[in-house]
Design a protein around this ligand. Structure first.
Ligand SMILES: Nc1nc2c(ncn2[C@@H]2O[C@H](COP(=O)(O)OP(=O)(O)OP(=O)(O)O)[C@@H](O)[C@H]2O)c(=O)[nH]1
Length: 309
């Protein structure tokens, strides 16, 4: 009997490519009707969740990064550093090369920079394949492979797709999902439009806190983001997002589980949550996490309101 693979995967991918490469259209094609655009304040976030692909076997979160530019100023350089930080934190980066245009210097620059981010899986996507003949497409795929060789970039896959006709879009989804780590869904299923960033941050902290202790603390945990904003004393090119969040449990014993020996577990929770938050919001973050006891909050309407339920 064939064994069924019941692994659930979740993680982050981003599309990069020169302007007009077809990134947005492809995102929409992958996400389908379930488009989720989280509202975000441009001054606090540099990465935006563009869409979430919900599948029975996986959740793929597509994030946006600002365009990478040839740096002409120090600020430009710092911005590019931020892009690279995001690239390093997502699980897979897909570079889009429109099939109706030859890869050029702009593409080379992006691929070169991406090549410096060693760990992240890179996939090349030949977009807009409906616009070219099979021969032209073959030539295009060879040019992408060649660009990979010249820049020392190891393409995990080279996939031709047409977001317009839908051709190979499912295959691309499969290939992206295959590169995600095993893990639970990061967002609730279904519509999540305009989820405020605070709610996303709270959910990520909650997930991190429950990791590994789900049996001991089934639902007795709530997270409230008390304060969140860019620190004002930072230079514009070195933003730091300050987040103060309270983690509420019901009992003293639960507090002990969350905090761990000499605070070791809480430290891990904070680090794991911070990494996810930074990957989603694209800004380095400082997370001030405190554990509090809200006795029997699950049964107390006043407490529940305070906790945002
Ligand atoms: N024929 C065809 N056109 C496409 C396809 N994908 C995108 N386009 C068109 O190409 C143009 C650019 O597509 P976008 O998805 O906006 O490209 P983008 O990379 O997000 O562009 P920027 O936001 O400028 O970076 C639009 O006019 C799309 O309609 C495709 O698969 N086939």
């Amino acid at each position: 009997m064939a064994e069924q693979d019941e692994t659930f995967r979740s993680g982050f991918a981003c599309f990069v490519g020169r302007p007009n490469a077809g990134k947005s259209t492809l995102t929409n094609a992958l996400v389908g009707s379930k488009v989720v655009i989280t509202s975000s304040k441009p001054q606090t976030t540099r990465t935006v969740v563009r869409g979430i692909v919900h599948r029975p076997d996986a959740q793929l979160v597509l994030v946006d990064t600002p365009g990478l530019h040839k740096p002409r100023t120090l600020l430009g350089e710092r911005l590019n550093d931020l892009v690279k930080t995001t690239w390093a934190e997502v699980d897979v980066v897909a570079v889009c090369f429109p099939a109706d245009e030859k890869p050029g210097p702009g593409d080379r620059f992006i691929v070169n920079e991406l090549g410096k981010v060693r760990r992240t899986v890179k996939i090349a996507v030949a977009t807009k394949t409906d616009k070219v003949s099979p021969d032209q497409l073959a030539e295009h795929l060879l040019a992408i492979a060649e660009l990979g060789r010249e820049t020392g970039t190891d393409w995990a896959e080279i996939v031709p797709v047409s977001a317009q006709s839908g051709d190979q879009v499912d295959l691309l989804a499969d290939l992206l999902v295959a590169r995600l780590p095993e893990g639970p869904a990061l967002y609730p299923d279904g519509e999540l439009s305009d989820a405020p960033e605070e709610a996303i941050v709270a959910e990520l902290i909650r997930e991190a806190a429950l990791e590994g202790v789900r049996d001991e603390l089934p639902h007795s945990i709530a997270v409230v983001v008390e304060e969140m904003g860019l620190k004002e004393d930072r230079p514009a090119d070195k933003p730091l997002l300050y987040i103060h969040a309270n983690l509420y449990v019901e009992r003293d014993s639960q507090k002990g589980i969350i905090i761990g020996h000499k605070g070791s577990r809480l430290k891990e929770v904070g680090m794991a949550a911070r990494k996810q938050i930074e990957a989603i919001l694209g800004t380095p973050a400082y997370l001030d996490l405190r554990v509090k006891i809200a006795k029997d909050w699950q049964r107390d309407p006043r407490q529940l309101r305070k906790l945002g339920f």
